[in-house]
Design a protein around this ligand. Structure first.
Ligand SMILES: [Mn+2]
Length: 240
């Protein structure tokens, strides 16, 4: 291993990109993401709120196919599929309450985005591969020392893999206010770290680590670098 440390294998974790394509690219550049050496893990919520959801999903499909990037599913990703492909009425209400209009504009342009019916048809016709990609994403990943999820683990499940998809994508207080029932450290997004401590930086909460820097709310996109058990480094890029 040279002084440059090029042989060091890194796990890099990023969450809640929410259409912030430019910030995501800046962050990958800042951390010198090396597709051959590094294991990149993304914790979900790629669409809504930010301006470039389509570009984000396009890049993720590419990264998954070519570079073995691990891409988990967030609640916004499932909801986008439910609105466009399943025409789910309840999902539509939540979609527009939480930044869905920006996703339609990203896929269809401003004018078409104002007519949901037309936007649905346009996206279904031209980007069905994006919908099937998002629909197919897994809820978790684990390695020797860590469990990676979008929202968290429900402590009521001794076997955490038995918890519901809803828990994987939505759980908040029941997870982060309690100690976990697992041995591995849980890495999660979904809850902005500004709600967990006084800054948008990564929150090291003992048995769990929160990384959602609230980029789409004007804060920052974080990256957690893991090089060994309990060896962490934080990176951040301010929203741009
Ligand atoms: Mn979320």
């Amino acid at each position: 291993m040279g002084e440059e440390g090029t042989a060091m294998r890194r796990t890099l974790v990023i969450s809640d990109i929410h259409g912030c394509f430019d910030t995501f690219k800046d962050l990958l550049h800042q951390i010198h993401f090396d597709t051959k050496q590094d294991q990149l893990i993304l914790l979900g919520d790629y669409v809504d709120k930010g301006p470039k959801s389509k570009e984000v999903v396009e890049l993720l499909i590419d990264l998954t196919e070519k570079d073995g990037v691990i891409v988990l599913k967030g609640n916004h990703d499932q909801r986008f599929v439910d609105v466009i492909a399943k025409d789910d009425e309840q999902a539509k209400v939540k979609f527009f309450e939480h930044g869905g209009l920006q996703t339609l504009a990203s896929y269809c342009g401003q004018a078409l985005s104002e007519d949901l019916n037309k936007a649905q048809k346009f996206i279904y016709k031209n980007y069905r591969h994006h919908l099937s990609f998002l629909e197919s994403l897994p809820y978790y990943f684990e390695d020797n020392h860590h469990i990676y999820v979008h929202a968290g683990l429900n402590p009521r499940f001794a076997d955490w893999k038995q918890q519901s998809p809803h828990d994987f994508m939505y759980i908040k207080d029941d997870f982060f206010k309690n100690t976990t029932v697992v041995k591995k450290t849980v890495i999660f997004g979904h809850t902005k770290t500004i709600h967990l401590h006084s800054t948008a930086d990564i929150w090291f909460g003992g048995d769990k680590i929160g990384i959602d820097g609230g980029c789409s709310s004007g804060f920052q996109l974080n990256c957690l670098e893991i090089t060994a058990e309990n060896t962490y480094r934080s990176y951040r890029v301010k929203f741009s």
